[in-house]
Ligand binder design. Structure first.
Ligand code: FES
Length: 86
């Protein structure tokens, strides 16, 4: 299966057709991409089904997108908003 790439905080990572942003990040070894408001605890995927909102990222300038639900499209620009976590 041929894939494509997206960028995450400026880093190019591979993604497969139909793969969610969260799955692409995990496949690239990125398991946390934001921190909690209080305590600065790392967060990535928790529920994986769109319920907990732990996996929020900015995708193509749209803030607060759930990485576990959004497919990673070719050329997507994904930002953690918290570059020191990634
Ligand atoms: S991991 Fe829970 S909403 Fe995405």
């Amino acid at each position: 299966m041929s894939g494509h790439t997206v960028t995450f905080d400026g880093r190019e990572i591979p993604a497969l057709p139909g793969q969610t942003v969260a799955a692409a990040l995990w496949s690239a070894g990125i398991t946390a991409w934001r921190t909690t408001r209080w305590g600065g605890e790392p967060r990535g995927v928790f529920c994986g089904i769109g319920v907990c909102f732990d996996c929020l990222v900015e995708i193509n300038g749209r803030a607060n997108q759930r990485a576990c639900l959004v497919p990673a499209a070719p050329g997507d620009v994904i930002r953690s908003g918290d570059e020191d976590v990634a």
